[in-house]
Design a protein around this ligand. Structure first.
Ligand SMILES: CC(C)(COP(=O)(O)OP(=O)(O)OC[C@H]1O[C@@H](n2cnc3c(N)ncnc32)[C@H](O)[C@@H]1OP(=O)(O)O)[C@@H](O)C(=O)NCCC(=O)NCCS
Length: 300
């Protein structure tokens, strides 16, 4: 399509809030994930629609051509916060544009709608950005809080000798998670942990969730009081689980990085954790040293 024709087509695209899971065009949304080779599943879209808000940009002929999601997080009691003030946060994710529609302003339009949604609710906007997304979000004033790398290990032949990691309790994971983030995402983690194939695993001073994904099982969040403890739990999971595995790890975790390499993981892509500070709104104060893997860029 010629550029002027395409621009006219972009002008006709409508960005709308999808009303609910019932009747939502889940297959079209999931096609955006497939086109970008991301790892989310239809269950992830259902969770965003149930617990948050999904915006879709639609063209009369091409259907859904872009998406964005907002997931509000619950505040911890103010008494639990070091500052005495509870931070109110929403996570923005799933900013996806169909490849043939990129570079024409649709990503900016759909992201603007998500950001306005967060700001109308008086929340702090946070997200994990790919390099292409980072450029876009910087232009809205977002700042980088830290950097992460996604690591992947392809499926291997199971040898059946390794003992599996111990089964952990969700309550322990939730307590560590709230301390690490400075907000409460129990609803999200409970939803992820109840899916078929999900497992909470634990080792000394470390706990993590493993769940199914589109192209690989995702290991995260992983919370631990030491880099070594986290690396031991990672090694246990990697020896035991022969599936393809993905994990998103903060860049300053040397034991984790050594163990990832030894276990056959390779870096796949970087992410930047970003937030938009706004007057009168507190950024959450957590203990980020506890975080050895995030739940995924879509879930914090
Ligand atoms: C990132 C993405 C959503 C941008 O959508 P888009 O419709 O192409 O973006 P727009 O045309 O609205 O451009 C918005 C800004 O994005 C930035 N941008 C877009 N693509 C970029 C790229 N490949 N590299 C660097 N910056 C890029 C530019 O800063 C651009 O600013 P400009 O308007 O001043 O030129 C789209 O490329 C995409 O779906 N990529 C794959 C999924 C992804 O990485 N999503 C971001 C998740 S955090």
């Amino acid at each position: 399509m010629a550029s002027t024709e395409h621009d006219a087509a972009v002008d006709r695209v409508r960005v709308q809030l999808l009303p609910s899971v019932a009747g939502a065009p889940l297959d079209s949304l999931q096609q955006l994930v497939v086109d970008s080779r991301w790892n989310q599943t239809i269950e992830d879209w259902a969770l965003f629609l149930r617990a948050g808000s999904v915006y879709a940009a639609s063209d009369a002929d091409a259907g859904i051509v872009a998406s964005g999601a907002v997931l509000p997080m619950d505040a911890l009691p103010a008494s639990a916060m070091p500052s005495g003030e509870a931070a109110s946060v929403a996570w923005i994710s799933m900013i996806l544009v169909k490849p043939s529609w990129r570079g024409r302003g649709l990503g900016r339009r759909v992201f603007e709608r998500c950001l306005r949604h967060v700001q109308t609710e008086g929340r702090v906007a946070m997200l994990d950005a790919t390099p292409a997304g980072e450029a876009l979000y910087r232009s809205f004033g977002f700042q980088v809080l830290g950097r992460l790398t996604r690591w992947r290990r392809e499926a291997r032949v199971a040898d059946g000798v390794a003992a599996g990691p111990a089964q952990g309790t969700l309550d322990r994971l939730l307590a560590l998670d709230a301390e690490a983030l400075g907000f409460d995402r129990a609803r999200v983690l409970r939803g992820l942990s109840e899916r078929p194939g999900s497992r909470v695993v634990t080792a000394d001073h470390a706990a993590a969730l493993v769940r199914a994904g589109r192209t690989a099982r995702q290991l995260g969040p992983m919370l631990a009081s030491s880099d070594e403890g986290a690396a031991q739990l990672l090694a246990r999971v990697a020896e035991f689980d022969a599936s393809a595995l993905l994990i998103d790890v903060p860049d300053d975790r040397p034991s984790m990085q050594r163990t990832l390499e030894v276990c056959g993981f390779r870096p796949e892509r970087p992410f930047a954790r970003m937030a938009l500070a706004a007057a009168g709104r507190e950024l959450p104060v957590g203990n980020t040293q506890l975080i050895h893997a995030i739940a995924g860029p879509e879930y914090a």
